[in-house]
Ligand binder design. Structure first.
Ligand SMILES: [Zn+2]
Ligand SMILES: [Zn+2]
Length: 175
């Protein structure tokens, strides 16, 4: 059955992604599976000069090796992701494609020297995961206040938006 695969790729931290699976299943109405892809190799995408991990190469690894019935693939990692033109990214996705990735690295209060907040971290991860999957459905950034497809440069931007699509974005997803 065509399914959304969540592929965890942990380096140091390990998080249970059961809550994310449940949420993604509700929003996208597709069977969602947490899938361990043994071929994901984070060391291979590490940039020693930047001390960060190349998010586009992470996408390529996910695309090179995935279950045949994958409807969408979402890589979730704890390493700091970048694309060459940006200082960092929270995530990246193929527009109208199969795969997206998201990192919890800069979603964690700890990164900003603030007390850890598990609930806030989960909320942020849900928003960013839904956002990247929205891109794989062909959605571009949306300026409707609160829509999950609002672009986010800083973690404060993520906190300002909701985890929901606006009416126009959700009807795009549902059609
Ligand atoms: Zn985006
Ligand atoms: Zn929208």
């Amino acid at each position: 059955m065509p399914s959304i695969y969540i592929v965890p790729a942990w380096h140091i931290e390990k998080y249970s992604l059961e809550f994310l699976k449940v949420r993604i299943e509700e929003v996208f109405r597709k069977k969602t599976i947490i899938y361990e892809d043994k071929k994901i190799n984070l060391e291979a995408i590490y940039s020693p000069s930047r001390k960060q991990y190349n998010s586009s190469q992470f996408l390529i690894q996910l695309l090179n090796n995935h279950p045949k019935d994958a409807f969408r693939i979402l890589g979730v990692t704890d390493v700091d992701l970048f694309i060459p033109i940006l200082t960092f990214v929270f995530g990246e996705a193929q527009l109208n494609g199969l795969a997206g990735v998201v990192s919890v690295h800069r979603l964690n209060n700890k990164f900003y020297g603030l007390p850890e907040n598990e609930e806030l971290l989960r909320k942020r991860l849900i928003k960013e995961a839904i956002h990247e999957l929205g891109h794989t459905y062909g959605l571009v950034h949306c300026t409707t206040p609160g829509c999950v497809m609002n672009s986010s440069t800083y973690v404060e931007d993520i906190d300002r938006k909701s985890e929901f699509f606006c009416s126009s974005c959700i009807s795009f997803i549902r059609r």
